[in-house]
Design a protein around this ligand. Structure first.
Ligand code: C2E
Ligand code: CA
Ligand code: CA
Length: 412
């Protein structure tokens, strides 16, 4: 465990001392405490904290106002919220903090126990490791001309990486989602969010879609040679369905590169919709008629409605991370998740949970009957070669456990 500085903000002296003792007992943690939010804002100004653990209900400046003040500071520590307030109030407070750009590591309902603190510190360790390289690479969107982008696409700097989807039945990687990455010569490997807005501005989404489809089919061919049949999902912004020939073009491209439509699934994203709703339904029907799979992306967040889910010929539903994160602790999220999974299974859909980061979330999803999981707990998106190596490794491990100990196969 590396060294971290933690500030505990709690107005009740007994609670404050109790929390401080638990944090101080962990190796590598230095703890300061404070009973007053206005004073805590000052402390955060003068000292660089990695984590602030704050109560919400406090006299004078309350926890919400404290978070708002914290967001205005140059260095924003990560947060953990402690409160006896309702779960929905806590969830709302979390969204408020996140929309101000503050990372919320956890929500701890009172009374907080040593196990909660242990889990929170494990998250802190993970998040700090993640943040370290990224903190120097600014989050600012990339600037590039249309020509530069076209070059990066045709030259292969912009390409597909693959995030594994693991079956909760077999415990094996059974599918992948293609996620676009740019191996930028100056800025390193860029996540989708850094340059997708540019791709959109320059009207290059159709070109990107074709490019990712081609890369996915090529990756599948490589994995097939290794002996694996891995269906791949590809993100499709629904407004592209306004072009009525799109399903025909996608089929032609797939076949031209030796791909199999049944092993490709288009994820209809939340980000856009067609001008005429009929184009959306026509496109969805025709993609299915060509033999492609069809997934509702990001279900449970934003626009995606239950009506849309039941009236589009989907084969899969992807449950958004907004419903997954914290589902093990939050009864409201847990109920929403149970309902979505029950609905998905009644509709005969493959149910995939996105953004699974903890063992507790995984266990909850398994109990609720989710089919597949995708998230940092299993793996981030990786290049096709690395994905292939992962498949080989998993197969070797599987064979080994099958021979030696038939009951001990990892089912993560
Ligand atoms: P999405 O379709 O919801 O994809 C999942 C995003 O969540 C990916 O980010 C993935 O890296 C990230 N993610 C996966 N597991 C976890 C986890 O456990 N925790 C957290 N916090 N995040 C996780 P990425 O690759 O940056 O993509 C962001 C969005 O950009 C995607 O969201 C998708 O809407 C869009 N996108 C990605 N690739 C493409 C593409 O090829 N074409 C188009 N049109 N859009 C794409
Ligand atoms: Ca997606
Ligand atoms: Ca999502």
């Amino acid at each position: 465990m590396s060294n971290h500085r933690v500030l505990i903000l709690e107005d009740q002296p007994f609670q404050r001392g109790f929390l401080a003792n638990m944090f101080n007992a962990a190796p590598g943690i230095a703890t300061d405490t404070c009973g007053d939010a206005a004073h805590a804002v000052e402390m955060c100004h003068w000292r660089r904290y990695d984590l602030v653990v704050t109560d919400l209900m406090m006299p004078g400046v309350d926890g919400i106002q404290f978070i708002q003040a914290l967001a205005a500071q140059e260095h924003r520590p990560m947060l953990a919220l402690v409160s006896s307030a309702s779960q929905r109030m806590m969830a709302s407070a979390r969204l408020m903090a996140e929309s101000l750009g503050i990372t919320v590591l956890g929500i701890l309902p009172k009374p907080v126990g040593p196990a909660d603190v242990g889990e929170l510190l494990a998250q802190l360790e993970l998040a700090s490791a993640d943040a370290a390289p990224a903190s120097t690479a600014a989050e600012a969107p990339i600037v590039a001309s249309r020509e530069r982008l076209c070059e990066a696409i045709s030259g292969g700097q912009i390409t597909a990486w693959f995030q594994p989807k693991k079956s909760l039945d077999s415990g094996l990687v059974v599918a992948a989602e293609a996620l676009v990455r740019w191996r930028h010569p100056e800025h390193g490997t860029l996540q989708a969010g850094r340059f997708l807005p540019l791709i959109q501005q320059h009207g290059l989404e159709p070109a990107l879609l074709r490019h990712i489809l081609k890369a996915s089919v090529q990756a599948q061919a490589r994995w097939r040679e290794q002996g694996f049949r891995i269906p791949v999902s590809i993100n499709l912004p629904p407004h592209l369905l306004e072009r009525s020939s799109l399903p025909d073009e996608l089929l032609e491209l797939t076949l031209a590169h030796g791909g199999v439509p049944a092993d490709l699934c288009f994820e209809l994203m939340e980000s856009s919709t067609t001008h005429h709703v009929s184009d959306y339904y026509a496109g969805a029907c025709r993609l299915r008629m060509k033999g492609f799979g069809l997934a509702q992306d990001d279900f449970g967040q934003g626009l995606s409605s239950v009506h849309n889910l039941v009236s589009t010929p989907f084969t899969e539903v992807k449950i958004d991370r907004a419903l997954v994160r914290g589902c093990a602790r939050d009864p409201a999220l847990h109920s929403a998740l149970a309902t979505v999974i029950a609905l998905g299974s009644k509709l005969g859909l493959n149910i995939v949970a996105e953004g699974v980061e903890t063992d507790a979330e995984l266990a909850t999803l398994r109990r609720l009957g989710c089919n597949q999981v995708q998230g940092f707990l299993i793996s981030r998106a990786i290049p096709a070669e690395t994905f292939g190596a992962l498949l080989d490794q998993e197969k070797a491990a599987h064979r080994h456990t099958d021979l030696g100990h038939p009951d001990t196969r990892a089912t993560r």
